[in-house]
Design a binder for this molecule. Structure first.
Ligand code: WTA
Length: 685
């Protein structure tokens, strides 16, 4: 049994580490809740012997069970190749196509079943139900356009900057059909942020949409494409074509002009490709399926490269057994497809299983916090998947709303941030009507799919705890010196995974050195070793394991801030602030927020002689929004006379974080300028 004592404070593992760990580690241990019998009776996975089947001594062959869920043109001849650690290769020699597996293979049985329910944000607008047959037709026609009009072929990269509409999975699957590598950029990111990804991936084509709805407003989205192309050009990268989907086919919804010879309206071009069919490209299992850029410890976001065979096998197995998706389920993941969760658990996993997957355009609390429950009732959603930030917002705005609607979830997921036990319990009791199982799934962009979670038909749930490693995943916690913490010790350390798994990313696009350095070098005892056992994967999160074998994730140990479940690099925000010429120094710290988990506070110091003003603070904030996007907007910009610094000149973010979080900054007497701390605290008031 788990003990119920409050945990002691986690040791900050790096000097600038801040409070995420400290907050989570104070949560009390919780009681277990058993999954309802009705859930177990229908669950895909209920046999605890699965953990024997996936024990470490069964590695790597156990993972053939994952790949066997897919249709292959040619079976692999080697399940796992470790000849170049840590660049693992899975299902070597196999030939496969992701679009075929998510679309074509379902036609025989599920042709007229809904693949995608597109729910527009305006409630007056009809929901669109795209059947597997219609998906097949639209994917083929768009693939023909990409091939014949844009000249795209297997291996080329294409950047997508698309909102949450049915055309987004259609575009992804059309790329996958051709073996073209897609790189979808979250629509809320700025044109400038999109440009970085366009030029890094060297995409000759950018695919966007003219407009989309967000919180009641039809936003002009095409304007961001113009910025992206112009900014990429400054980087020396030329975009040949911009393809623009229309939010309302046949109608222009953006005031931004088309650039002659560069911009093309997809809906005008499509009639030429009516009825066209494109044979799926038979791709090597290890060819890349997509890039997903994410924030890391240094300046620029990095492109995580995911494979076709290993990735698809991983998301399909986990969708079936952790999400418990059956073909007859209506599944709704409220994430954005611009993040990894949406790729794996809106598009690829559910569609590979012939589920009906909901794509919702808007904000869950708009026009009111009853909206998600109306959608659930209308569509008969029975599996629901969202983030703690969304749950907190729905709880704040409509604590009693779910009871008013006639829906029933058998299964619910939380992902992306630690969830407070009180919020978990509301989710369970009110949203789940005390009848749904909950899985708290811990994983990352880099991982392709879930790493830690309870298996819903086997394990008891424990609020605030992700659970053990899923079958085939063997986590371990190391301390800062590289010593393994005893299983179930209850001590905080750095969570790693002992073994490779098929969903793990293959490399960082164009930066294999960083791939090795950031994820493997810290705990690899022998860089010459060819044994996978010597290469644990370091996630960059702090965690504790309790005696029951469950892991509780405490948050990042590096310079990444998790805002509303979205990863932002402190360095990215700081570089945006430094673009304002008046600013000489910038430091970002995460501040606890009751809804978003964390929000950034931005401290800046100005050039000598300049006076602090509201106007400068506004320009700094605007620079962050235009460089990255509104999600990175600082809660406050605080102009300080000087940064608190160590004697060696390093900015002490820990002190700033304490001030922002109204905590005691502790002993500051060793700073080079301790007197500044009180001045900043004064300013902060
Ligand atoms: C955090 C999202 C606590 C963690 C799928 C990780 C979580 C980062 C959980 C990855 C969870 C994700 N409990 N923390 N269940 N899931 N995280 O790449 O810090 O956007 O490193 O992937 O989110 O964020 P990413």
């Amino acid at each position: 049994m788990a003990d119920r004592k409050p945990r002691r404070q986690a040791k900050a593992s790096q000097s600038d580490d801040v409070s995420e760990a400290q907050i989570a580690v104070h949560w009390q241990e919780q009681d277990y809740i058993a999954p309802p019998k009705s859930f177990i009776a229908q669950a895909n996975l209920t046999d605890p012997r699965v953990f024997k089947r996936f024990a470490l001594d069964k590695f790597p062959e156990c993972f053939t069970e994952f790949a066997d869920l897919l249709d292959w043109y040619k079976k692999w001849n080697r399940t796992f190749d470790a000849s170049k650690p840590p660049f693992w290769r899975w299902f070597v020699g196999g030939k496969i196509n992701a679009s075929y597996n998510c679309v074509d293979r379902h036609l025989a049985k599920h042709r007229n079943k809904t693949a995608i329910h597109f729910v527009p944000e305006p409630e007056g607008e009809a929901i669109q139900h795209v059947t597997y047959q219609e998906l097949f037709v639209r994917v083929n026609e768009f693939a023909a356009l990409l091939r014949d009009f844009c000249g795209l072929k297997a291996g080329d990269r294409v950047t997508l900057h698309m909102p949450m509409v049915a055309e987004l999975p259609i575009t992804m699957l059309a790329c996958a059909r051709l073996g073209v590598v897609h790189s979808q950029v979250f629509s809320g990111f700025s044109g400038k942020a999109c440009a970085d990804r366009v030029s890094d991936s060297e995409s000759p084509v950018l695919i966007t949409m003219d407009a989309y709805y967000r919180a009641g407003k039809l936003l002009d989205h095409k304007e961001k494409a113009d910025v992206a192309v112009a900014e990429a050009a400054k980087d020396g990268h030329k975009v040949d074509k911009v393809l623009v989907w229309q939010r309302y086919p046949g109608k222009t919804s953006s005031p931004t002009q088309l650039v002659e010879g560069r911009d093309f309206i997809v809906n005008d071009l499509l009639p030429k490709y009516r009825g066209k069919r494109v044979e799926p490209e038979q791709m090597p299992a290890e060819a890349p399926l997509f890039l997903m850029y994410t924030s890391g410890t240094t300046g620029k976001p990095k492109g995580c490269q995911h494979s076709i065979g290993g990735y698809l096998a991983y998301v399909t197995w986990t969708s079936k057994h952790i999400q418990d998706i059956h073909p007859e389920d209506v599944y709704w993941c409220l994430a954005d497809i611009g993040w990894i969760t949406g790729h794996s658990y809106i598009v690829y996993g559910p569609l590979a299983l012939a589920a009906s997957s909901v794509v919702f355009e808007g904000v869950p609390t708009h026009p009111d916090a009853g909206r998600p429950w109306r959608i659930a009732e209308e569509l008969g959603v029975n599996i629901f998947h969202t983030s703690p930030t969304a749950i907190r917002a729905l709880r704040r705005d409509g604590p009693d709303e779910p009871a008013k609607y006639n829906y029933r979830f058998k299964h619910m997921t939380t992902v992306g941030e630690p969830i407070e036990p009180a919020v978990w319990k509301w989710y369970h009791k009110v949203v789940g009507k005390s009848d749904a199982v909950i899985v708290d799934t811990w994983w990352q962009t880099e991982n392709g799919g879930f790493l830690c979670s309870t298996v819903p038909g086997i394990h008891k749930m424990k609020p605030g705890s992700a659970g053990p490693g899923i079958p085939g995943i063997h986590p371990v916690i190391y301390d800062d010196e590289g010593k393994e913490l005893k299983a179930g010790s209850g001590k905080a350390g750095n969570i790693c995974i002992r073994n490779p798994w098929p969903g793990g990313f293959q490399t960082i696009w164009k930066d294999p050195t960083r791939f090795v350095r950031q994820y493997y070098s810290r705990y690899c005892k022998n860089p010459k070793s060819k044994k996978w056992q010597d290469w644990p994967y370091m996630a960059g999160d702090g965690a504790v394991q309790t005696a029951d074998g469950y892991y509780r994730i405490l948050g990042r140990i590096d310079d990444v801030i998790n805002v509303a479940g979205h990863r932002l690099g402190t360095k990215e925000i700081e570089s945006a602030a430094l673009l304002v010429s008046d600013v000489v120094e910038a430091a970002v710290v995460p501040v606890a927020d009751p809804i978003k988990g964390k929000v950034p506070d931005l401290y800046v110091a100005l050039k000598p002689g300049l006076k602090a003003s509201e106007e400068i603070a506004k320009r700094v904030s605007a620079s962050v929004v235009s460089e990255i996007g509104a999600i990175a907007r600082p809660r406050q910009v605080i102009i300080v006379p000087d940064m608190p610094k160590t004697r060696s000149g390093k900015i002490m973010r820990r002190v700033l974080a304490a001030i922002s979080n109204r905590q005691d900054p502790g002993d500051v007497s060793t700073l080079a300028n301790p007197e500044v701390v009180d001045k900043i605290r004064e300013l902060y008031k």
